[in-house]
Structures are given as structure tokens and as C-alpha cells.
Design a protein around this ligand. Sequence first.
Ligand SMILES: Cc1c2[nH]c(c1CCC(=O)O)Cc1[nH]c(c(CCC(=O)O)c1C)Cc1[nH]c(c(CCC(=O)O)c1C)Cc1[nH]c(c(C)c1CCC(=O)O)C2
Length: 387
Amino acid sequence: MATDASSIKEAELASAAAVQIPPASNFPALKNDLILRAARRQPVPRVPVWLMRQAGRYLPEFRQTRSKYDFFTICRTPSLACEVTLQPMRRFNLDAAIIFSDILVVPQALGLEVVMVEGKGPVLPNPISEPSDLDRLRTPVDVEKELGYVMRAITLTRHRLDGQAPLIGFAGAPWTLMAYMIEGGSSTTHAKSKRWLYAHPAASNRLLDAITDVVIDFLVAQIRAGAQLVQLFESHCGSLTPELFRRYELPRLARIAAETRRRLGEAAVPMIAFAKDGHFALEMLAKDCGFDVVSVDWTMEPAECRRRLGNCPVALQGNLDPVLMACTDRDQLNQEVHRMLQGFGTRGYICNLGHGIYPDAQPDTVGAFIDAVHRLSESAAAAAGDK
Ligand SMILES: Cc1c2[nH]c(c1CCC(=O)O)Cc1[nH]c(c(CCC(=O)O)c1C)Cc1[nH]c(c(CCC(=O)O)c1C)Cc1[nH]c(c(C)c1CCC(=O)O)C2
């Protein structure tokens, strides 16, 4: 029998792939429901905290797993995706886990190739260029067939979390995914995809609708598989004008929230909308979309967000500058946490970063951040009379 490195790796992958997935029922009892209560604006004894992209390259254990497997192999192998999801949960006192996957699995399900290029990020070698390219999309998408591996990873992880904290499922928002599908990868201006919105409105609507249909089916399937909250990532919100956002994206976000909820009935879960650089869209997101939580980035002043929303029944999430996770000054960190807690308050608030964590984050600082949120919010919540 061959014992070289590649055959050992293949044997490891085969045994990871052979892990049996239990049924999506009889999940262990939840021991920490703080984030669910905060999303519903119920009183909490301390503010829940998790970090966008909390599983990833800043953790040595992730880099070790990643050195053995390609990025999408991890996503597509439920026991590996589960392991990576649990890595930050073992280290830190986090109030939620987020399933390891990527927003670009939806373009893959629609038939586009996506590869993760070392040092560059995601690349779509054959992007959509012309409206006639839309005929290449494989619609309608059977999400169980194309993305069933995500649902299996969710079910396995929900069991293995053993009730430590709720599990978050997610998807990319339609505009953000449309931009990747046209740009062919990351872009600073999104000029090609925005040009579509101006020059090809009918084709843009067709593409956005095709993505929206998959996103709804996908979120419903993730929740049925065990996701206890879901987050929609609108990472490219900031490249839209308010008018483009209102015309193209707002109705789709509202449809995603309403249809997901309607299809699930009693089984519906809280939904979070994260719109990076979406200052102009705060009121639209909070009042006209139907999400339970709006997640804001670090360019927004916490107290100003509350002031702008008045008594609108929405929870807020955010918004620490992720760069602080690479710093070592604990007084500065405590001050920033205190400022967020003062501005957002302790009710209807989920603490998080303003965007995903960067690869140069220090695990020790991440732990200090989580502990500071718990410690400082406990006294603030007690002072507000919340338990
Ligand atoms: C835009 C976007 C993507 N993916 C995602 C977004 C929305 C959030 C955001 O705005 O940052 C979402 C995402 N991507 C990943 C998760 C996993 C769960 C988590 O820990 O939050 C989540 C929630 C894993 C990942 N997705 C990726 C990595 C690193 C890839 C690697 O290991 O090589 C991880 C851990 C790769 C990825 N995937 C994407 C990019 C731009 C990149 C490369 C740059 C980067 O790493 O930030 C697309």
C-alpha cells in the first residue's frame, strides 16, 4: 500500500467524507439563547457577541486544516466544514457559531465555476458578460441537489455543538452575488456590474430574480436543516446609489424576508441583514425589509443609528473596527467596547465587528474582545434592570 503524503491525505478525506449525518431532529437542548433573545429585542443579562468570519485564517488550527484541503473541498465535506465551524467555539466564549461555507456557493449552484486563488481570493473564470450569457444559468436550481452538502454540514454541526450556542446559516444578498457573477471576482468599483443596472435593466432584473429564488430556497433549507438564525451578506451595498438600491435591491431583500418566513411558518427564525457601507440604506433596511436585525459597519456611529431609527422594532448588530483585533492595547479595546455598549444600549443589540475579521487578527485579542463585551455589558444590563 502506498504511504506517500498524497495517499495519506486522500485516506483522511475519504474518512471525513464517510462521516454519517444524523437526522435533522432531536437536536441537543440549547444552553445559551442570548442571541435569539437579543434578535427579538427581549431583555438579556449580557450582550451576545460573535464575529463575522470567526472561522478562518487568523486561527492556526484553521490554517492547519486548510493546508491539507482546497477551500471548496472543506465547504463540500460536512465533517470538515463542521470541524472548522467548531474551532473558534472551542477557543472562545462565543454566543453563536456560523456555518463554514461561502456566499459564492450560490453562483456555483447556478452553474458558474468559482475557484479560490491563493493570495487573490475568489475568481470566476467565465463570468456573465452579456445579457445573452444568462441563458447559461442552470435554473431552476434544486438546492438539495446542488447545495445539500451545506444542509448536511448544518445538521451535523447543530448536533455536535451540543447546545453550546445557536448556529447561524447564511447567504449572499442578490446584488452582492450579481456583482461577483459579472465582475468575475472581487472589484473595488463594481463598474461592470453597475453598468448592467443602468444599461440592461430587464436582464439585471432577470439575473437578480434568479439569484433571489435560489437564496430563498437555500435559506429555507438551511433553517429546516437546523440553522437557528440566518444572515444575509450585502457586502457590496456601498457601491450602489440610494436610487439603485431602492429600485433593484430593496424589493428583493423584502421578498427574501417575507417568503422565507411564510414558507417556514412556525419554524421561522430571526433574520439578520448586513449591508457593508449601507449608511444611506439604514432606514430602508430597518423599516421596509422585514429583517429582525440590521448589522452596521464601523463607519456608523452607534447612538446615531439608534437616533435615526427611533422606536422602530428592529435589533442592531455591529460594529467594532476589525483592525482592533490586530492590536494589543487592552485599555483601548475596553474603551471601544464601552462606547459601542453606550451607543447601542444593551437591549436589542448583538455585538459584532463592522465586517469580517482580517487574517492578521490576534486570537488573544479576539478572546479579550469577547470577554470585555460580556463583562462590561453585564453591569450595564443589570443597571438597566434586565436579567
Ligand atoms: C464577500 C464574501 C465572500 N464570502 C463571504 C462574504 C461576505 C462577508 C464579507 O463581506 O466579508 C462570507 C463568508 N466566507 C466564509 C464564511 C465562513 C463562516 C465564518 O467564519 O464567518 C463566510 C460567512 C469563509 C471564507 N471565505 C474565504 C476564506 C479564506 C479563503 C482561504 O482559506 O483561502 C474563508 C475562511 C474566501 C473568500 N470568500 C469571499 C472572498 C472575498 C474571499 C477572499 C478574501 C477573504 O478571505 O476575505 C467572498
